[in-house]
Design a protein around this ligand. Structure first.
Ligand SMILES: NC(=O)c1ccc[n+]([C@@H]2O[C@H](COP(=O)([O-])OP(=O)(O)OC[C@H]3O[C@@H](n4cnc5c(N)ncnc54)[C@H](OP(=O)(O)O)[C@@H]3O)[C@@H](O)[C@H]2O)c1
Length: 246
């Protein structure tokens, strides 16, 4: 049987894990990449009786060479879901140089590493689909998000740019910009998160949207529409409103 192959970075937990489960249940072969091999192996066990297959690979997305070595062992991906990421809220009045660098290295350069490692055979095959995980935090600067937000804005810009070269080579590019999803990443937030979704629900929405022609997709609708409006308001008004709700 010929499976469709997806690579998911950040597959050990959260949104990436939920999407891996959904794809494997729908008959896909999923190459799951993240650092925690124990979690990947237990996911593999959980999915062993499903229609598709899960193949775990322990790798830090900061390690380009290791990503290239994985590339040599797998089928050409039909889907490259560049999702691995970290989130630490920071107080920008403190010293944060390590947080700034770490977010850039994992969230932005980690995506670039995986993109460079897995793209060449997709280009040769003239086919494939890349989804880049951004966030509504990439639309406008938000409180405490000075380390995280800029990496997501950069990823959105990256996705907007690469599509001009990749679409003509048969590769579809999408950017996913969710609102709040209940995962370990957001468990440290000590504020109300409007429209908070379960990770399995977020995965269902990604699965639905990846079959559409939309370039960017976001969810949940209410909160993402509010944030989109906020991002296009004049700065005086948007910063005033953000100050009221922060
Ligand atoms: N949750 C939200 O509200 C939300 C909203 C918008 C966007 N997002 C984005 O969605 C993505 C997934 O977030 P999540 O909420 O599902 O987070 P999560 O539950 O913390 O999961 C993050 C995943 O990324 C992996 N990861 C982290 N650092 C890595 C590294 N250096 N190398 C390889 N894998 C690494 C983790 O696995 P290991 O620890 O095993 O490496 C884990 O599988 C992130 O890019 C995040 O920015 C999340």
């Amino acid at each position: 049987m010929k499976y469709k192959t997806a690579i998911i970075t950040g597959a050990s937990e959260g949104i990436g894990c939920s999407l891996a489960k959904l794809l494997v249940k729908n008959g896909w072969e999923v190459i799951g990449i993240s650092r925690n091999i124990k979690k990947l192996n237990s996911l593999n066990k959980e999915l062993s009786k499903c229609k598709g297959v899960f193949k775990p690979f322990a790798c830090d997305v900061q390690n380009f060479r290791k990503l290239v070595s994985i590339e040599k062992k797998i089928n050409i991906p039909d889907l490259l879901f560049l999702n691995a990421g970290i989130y630490t809220p920071i107080d920008a009045s403190n010293k944060n140089i390590e947080h700034f660098k770490h977010h850039i290295n994992v969230n932005y350069l980690g995506v670039i590493n995986a993109y460079e490692a897995f793209l060449p055979r997709m280009i040769k095959a003239n086919s494939g689909h890349i989804i880049i995980m951004s966030s509504i935090s990439g639309w406008i600067g938000l409180p405490k998000a000075a380390a995280y937000g800029p990496t997501k804005a950069a990823l959105r810009s990256f996705a907007q740019s690469i599509r001009y070269d990749l679409n003509s080579k048969g590769i579809k590019v999408q950017v996913c910009s969710p609102g709040f999803v209940e995962t370990s990443a957001t468990s440290i937030n000590n504020f109300y998160m409007p429209g908070l979704l379960k990770a399995d629900e977020a995965a269902k929405r990604i699965y639905k949207n990846m079959h559409t022609k939309k370039f960017e997709f976001s969810f949940p609708l209410g909160f993402s529409t509010f944030m989109k409006l906020l991002s296009i308001l004049p700065d005086k008004l948007s910063s005033f409103l953000i100050n009221q709700i922060k």
